[in-house]
Design a protein around this ligand. Structure first.
Ligand code: PLP
Length: 388
């Protein structure tokens, strides 16, 4: 007999589209992938070498469940260098990717009777993990008119006695939207009225911002005792497949987070942790180079899409996605995704995969070459011209 909660698990459609795109490619179809949210770059060589060296040096066994101390110290130093705040190492947990931080947060703060506020459109695993935990998810909308930034007053107005957790994500997936500092200030100030609420700030794209300075909720001392920061190496250093991330937890939650880790995955493999340490300590020009490419491609996708009748979009402020409004074409978001992939060989993701507010939108990833992007948008133009 299945645990009833299992029925509540959702999924991440990007993986489904990736699998379908792979199957079509294998069958000989010419597919351009603007679907998946991972950099198209290789992990920089000095990082790969650090991983190989660790393996050759015999780092083959279990590591501490919280992560290698040298890596946790490196994460604390990195936070200090970038945000001027050095979280205590005892609150830093190394995990296999950013995702385990969100699942752990939902397991610890969800459950029947609790409400969790989550962005819509937003990363689909938030919703899935909330549902699995048995908590009630309360969405707050991110709208195009506000550049997909969240509205602090709107979010604060949704907090009740039952709210255990508020999720924020800036720069955001799927929109590339950034919440300005003034709005974050207002949000943090308003939280003073709700001391029972914990905040999970998903900062996996914090280094990938184009025209603004990176912002972390770590820089607000007044909420440190109820802030969970999710971050990692996947997007910044093109390390999605290595599976490594970290959580910075409030003191009162860290032992529970560790206990869940020991129950679930024990630890992160050693070579990956050595590679991650090399990433943070090494030359950062690789991050800058990727950022420049994502920014250029984001502008390219935006200007080419805005040339198509029925489609409009804003240039993203960060991350590597363009969230295009296709509301004036004849397609629903899902039809757009399926027709683009099956008939025109372009993988993109329906906005509805990220919540109800995503209807009328599709997400296109900038993680492909300028040439491939130009060809993909040409195909979408043809599609909308012929069918929509
Ligand atoms: N948070 C957001 C907003 C993401 O977009 C992703 C990945 O797409 C993650 C977290 C998960 O990152 P990881 O691959 O490190 O688990």
């Amino acid at each position: 007999m299945l645990n009833a909660s299992a029925q509540n698990l959702g999924t991440e459609s990007a993986f489904g589209v990736l699998a379908r795109a792979g199957a079509l490619s294998a069958a000989g179809k010419d597919i351009i992938n603007l679907g998946i949210g991972q950099p198209d770059f290789r992990t920089p060589e000095h990082i790969v070498e650090a991983g190989i060296k660790a393996l050759q040096d015999g780092a083959h066994g279990y590591t501490p469940s919280m992560g290698l101390m040298s890596l946790r110290e490196t994460v604390a130093n990195d936070a200090f260098q970038r945000y001027g705040v050095r979280p205590d190492v005892s609150r830093i947990q190394i995990v296999p990717g950013g995702k385990p931080v969100m699942f752990t947060a939902m397991m610890l703060l969800g459950g029947p009777g609790h409400e969790i506020l989550t962005p819509d459109p937003g990363f689909p695993i938030y919703q899935s993990a909330i549902n699995y935990s048995g908590a009630k998810s309360i969405s707050y909308g991110l709208v195009e008119e506000k550049g997909f930034a969240f509205d602090a007053d709107d979010v604060l107005s949704k907090i009740t006695d039952k709210t255990s957790l508020v999720i924020v994500n800036s720069p955001a997936n799927p929109t590339g939207g950034i919440t300005p500092r003034a709005e974050m200030d207002k949000f943090v100030k308003g939280l003073a009225d709700f001391p029972h609420v914990t905040i999970m700030s998903d900062e996996i794209y914090d280094r990938l911002v184009f025209d603004t300075k990176p912002l972390s909720l770590l820089s607000y001392p007044e909420i440190q005792d109820r802030l969970i920061v999710l971050n990692g190496w996947s997007k910044t250093y093109a390390m999605t497949g290595w599976r490594i991330g970290y959580g910075i937890w409030p003191e009162r939650l860290i032992d529970f987070a560790d206990r869940l880790a020991v129950n679930f995955h024990s630890c992160v493999n050693a070579p990956t942790q050595h590679a991650a340490e090399a990433a943070l300590k090494g030359d950062q020009s690789c991050v800058e180079d990727m950022l420049i490419a994502f920014r250029r491609r984001g502008s390219l996708i935006t200007s080419l899409l805005n040339d198509i009748d029925g489609i409009r979009c804003q240039a993203p402020g960060g991350a590597f996605y363009v969230f295009a409004n296709i509301g004036d074409t004849a397609f629903t978001s899902h039809q757009f995704q399926d027709t683009a992939l099956e008939d025109y060989g372009v993988a993109c993701i329906s906005g509805t995969s990220f919540g109800g507010f995503g209807e009328g939108y599709v997400r296109l990833s900038c993680a492909n070459s300028d040439e491939a992007i130009s060809e993909a948008i040409e195909r979408l133009k043809k599609m909308v011209g012929e069918r929509g």
